[in-house]
Write a protein of this length. Structure first.
Length: 364
């Protein structure tokens, strides 16, 4: 946090006066964007190597422009380019002096594909979390997911080869010498013994149809994906994973927990009833955390949560506020790219904006 305080002071003393001399007075929104880009310092996370085509400097400008796109909630790259060519302040903040220097839409598209293939946004976010949050102990980590609608056709279901019908399970104790087949382990059981990379590689990521109940108890469906996040106190997003829309929330809990544990130290894991599973609870305990998970009644009698846990559980609204902010203000409801990797990168730019807003809010 000392770095953030220093940056904010430096921006106030030096950068704002310099910008004011060049482009005039800045609006409050423009001032927020300048501070955000300075905090993220996204150019610092580029790998020093020779890019094919355009100069690396322009790639860094384009990355800053994508952050601005998420910040202003612009629907398309075309709208971003048009704004850059008209708005002198935004253009200078992103790194271009003249409007004819702003690249074409095809250049933006190729640059975005390069950022996706290199995993740049995820690496930048991970580095920022470790640098700005990693030295502190996070009290509560709120885990949740949100529906992401995409403009693409759902993947066709794989047709499984015909198998021989399984023998019916016999009730009661097996006969002497009788060997019964061992049932296959479920994904949660497997994840307990897997590394983070193995867990992530096993999660389905194809675009498909998801279904869930809304706040009124009615089932709603969408075509696209699901964005799963861990959010710390103060609304700081710590980890994000994009999966198929049909994947149940519980299947992403252990990979998210492992990813977050590599970045920060935390004490309490807050999850709703969708994550009510013994394997998830046990992993949380093994990590030294206290799992506070709402009970899934499953047709039985509702078990009230202990008062002290109930008070802490109320903090889970941090993840709900993050989901709302992402979809309403930073591109989560305007997906124009196709494919899980590109959709994930688009969402992660929005996550970076929310991360910067939350971190700045802690020290101002």
């Amino acid at each position: 946090m000392e770095r953030i305080s220093y940056l904010l002071g430096s921006v106030q003393r030096s950068l704002f006066p310099a910008l004011r001399e060049e482009v005039g007075d800045l609006t409050e929104k423009e001032r927020q964007l300048v501070v955000m880009l300075e905090v993220l310092d996204i150019e610092r996370h580029f790998i020093k190597r020779h890019w094919l085509g355009r100069k690396p400097k322009e790639r860094k400008n384009i990355a800053r422009a994508f952050v601005a796109k998420a910040f202003y909630n612009m629907p398309t790259t075309e709208a971003l380019i048009d704004r850059l060519r008209r708005d002198r302040v935004l253009r200078r903040v992103c790194g271009w002096e003249y409007k004819h220097q702003v690249p074409s839409e095809s250049t933006f598209s190729r640059a975005f594909a390069e950022l996706v293939s290199s995993g740049f946004v995820d690496k930048a976010h991970e580095a920022l979390v470790k640098e700005l949050v990693g030295d502190d102990v996070v009290w509560h980590v709120s885990r949740d997911s949100t529906a992401i609608e995409a403009r693409e056709k759902p993947a066709k279901k794989e047709i499984k080869p015909t198998e021989e019908p399984k023998a019916k399970h016999k009730r009661g104790r097996p006969k002497k010498g009788e060997a019964r087949p061992v049932p296959d382990k479920k994904r949660l059981e497997k994840q307990r013994g897997w590394s983070l990379e193995q867990c992530l590689g096993d999660l389905p990521t194809a675009c498909n149809v998801g279904t869930k109940k809304n706040s009124k108890g009615y089932k709603t469906s969408w075509i696209g994906y699901k964005f799963n996040v861990d959010v710390a106190d103060g609304g700081i997003p710590l980890s994000g994973i994009t999966t198929s829309a049909s994947l149940h929330d519980s299947q992403v809990a252990i990979p998210l927990a492992r990813m977050t544990a590599e970045r920060v130290k935390s004490l309490y894991d807050l999850m709703d009833a969708a994550y009510d599973a013994d394997d998830i609870r046990q992993i949380s305990i093994e990590m030294g955390h206290v799992p506070i998970i709402d009970r899934n009644v499953r047709g039985g009698k509702e078990i009230p949560m202990e008062p002290d846990r109930a008070r802490r559980y109320n903090g889970r609204s941090a993840s709900e506020r993050f989901n709302s902010d992402l979809k309403d203000n930073h591109g989560g409801s305007m997906i124009r790219v196709k494919g899980q990797k590109k959709v994930h990168a688009h969402l992660m730019f929005g996550l970076l904006v929310i991360f910067a807003k939350a971190v700045i809010g802690l020290v101002t």
